[in-house]
Design a protein around this ligand. Structure first.
Ligand code: UD1
Length: 417
């Protein structure tokens, strides 16, 4: 079993180039299944979730290769419209292959996506939308058989919640469907816009992404293209947190600053200094960090649930008391117990966490419980006094490409053993 051994308290300083976004790469890999011609996807992060997506494509019969952060996908023929159960269990995002598979072949057989550490994560919004588009769904022993005997047709779909996954799935199913699909109360996350940009480059007709109404006119076929995956705003936020807890100064290169406004605002509230251009963020830690009176996670452009754990870790040693409300997932404070073991003063009640800043955290043996919770423990360990041994790295490897190498390059004392 691999673990990180971290000796905290080293001030981080230097440049970090931000990796490509996992939450863009996965839906775009799924979208590549809609294109019989080759797609070349650059800036793909090398992550276990990306490898899992490549395995789903290969099992469907696509030719999929990864080299030097570039994935080449050719989906000239789809041999198998069943997504194997082990692949569905491997990652939650496997569900976004349903929309692409339906769009391409008109049928798909799959199990429910892997159980998730964050809460129940239902897919009812996805399935309701597909039914409106002409898909018949039968369920037997937890396996869904989805077929569109008359082909998929456009529909007017209103989402009761702006679900990122449901918005992506509907877009994937709609680009080759007959007629017009409109999605109201659509998710507005930047990764949705990245997916729309890729699909448009392949010949899709999509408007309105980034707003809450997306309109898709079905086209007869798509072609391939070369596309560069957008930078990862959550990974960028993690490196800012790491600099913040060590009193450091870093520069992020190839960031997507416009998509990070909600995140940068919080660091400014914590008395950190941020100056930025469209692709570069210069960041200096507040000395000391200041508490944030109230922070609530919200769908984009609100503060992202994915950055909540990381900011919580930084607030542990901020001056004053911070209150965080998690509104997206019911079970997203699982990292708190380990932070408390490292000396943090945090109380949780349901979806609220109250963090009273302490002067210093100390190292401890801790385990990652989920991807961003793991990143939060990594952040806390970098600022803590003494040694932290962090286990269950498989969670972190789902979303961070070579994190120890990046942190070493800016002065952290971290080893993977
Ligand atoms: C969510 C995040 C996304 C993040 C991802 C990974 C939001 C709005 N979404 O996306 O930014 O990248 O997690 O951590 O912050 N829901 C239903 N029924 C459905 C689908 C969703 O009730 O069919 C509910 C979920 O239980 C959850 C909420 O909607 O409470 C958000 O889910 P959704 O946006 O779909 O989550 P992801 O796509 O996984």
């Amino acid at each position: 079993m691999q673990k990180f051994v971290i000796h905290g308290g080293k001030r981080l300083e230097g440049d970090i180039t931000v990796q490509g976004a996992k939450n863009s790469a996965l839906p775009i890999l799924s979208a590549a299944m809609l294109c019989p011609e080759e797609s070349i996807l650059e800036n793909c992060p090398e992550l276990s979730d990306v490898y899992a997506a490549c395995r789903i494509l290969s099992s469907a019969g696509c030719d999929c290769r990864m080299q030097n952060h570039t994935v080449t996908v050719k989906a000239d023929s789809i041999r198998n419209s069943e997504i194997p159960e082990d692949m569905m269990q491997e990652m939650r995002s496997s569900i976004i292959f349903l929309g692409a598979m339906l769009g391409r072949t008109g049928c798909c057989r799959l199990g429910y996506p892997g159980g998730c550490e964050l809460g129940s994560r239902p897919i009812d919004l996805h399935l309701q939308a597909f039914r409106k588009m002409g898909v018949k769904i039968q369920e037997e022993n937890g396996i869904l058989t989805c077929t569109a005997p008359g082909g998929l047709h456009g529909a007017k779909i209103h989402l009761q919640f702006p679900s990122v996954g449901a918005t992506e799935n509907i877009m994937l199913a709609a680009v080759l469907a007959e007629g017009e699909t409109s999605i109201t109360n659509a998710a507005r996350e930047p990764e949705i816009s990245d997916l729309a940009n890729y699909l448009r480059n392949c010949g899709a007709n999509i408007t309105g992404e980034g707003s809450s109404t997306i309109v898709i006119q079905g086209v007869k076929e798509l072609h391939g293209c070369t596309y560069r995956i957008m930078p990862d705003r959550i990974v960028a936020a993690t490196w800012l947190a790491a600099a913040a807890v060590t009193g450091g100064t870093i520069r992020l290169l190839e960031a997507d600053t416009p998509s990070m406004e909600g995140i940068l605002d919080i660091w400014e509230q914590m008395h950190c200094q941020c100056s930025y251009t469209e692709k570069t963020i210069c960041f200096s830690a507040g000395k000391p960090l200041h508490a944030v009176r109230f922070l609530k996670t919200m769908p984009y452009p609100g503060f992202p649930t994915d950055a909540q754990a990381i900011v919580t870790a930084a607030l542990c040693t901020a001056k004053g008391t911070s209150v965080i409300e998690e509104t997206i997932f019911e079970n997203r404070f699982r990292h708190v117990d380990a932070l408390v073991r490292m000396g943090a003063d945090i109380r949780t009640a349901g979806r609220i966490a109250v963090i009273r800043g302490v002067r210093q955290l100390h190292g401890a043996p801790v385990s990652a419980t989920d991807l961003r919770g793991g990143a939060a423990l990594l952040t806390a360990a970098l600022g803590a006094q003494g040694e932290t041994v962090l286990t269950e790295l498989s969670h972190i490897d789902r979303g961070y490409d070579s994190p120890e190498k990046i942190l070493q390059s800016v002065g952290a004392d971290i080893r993977r053993v």
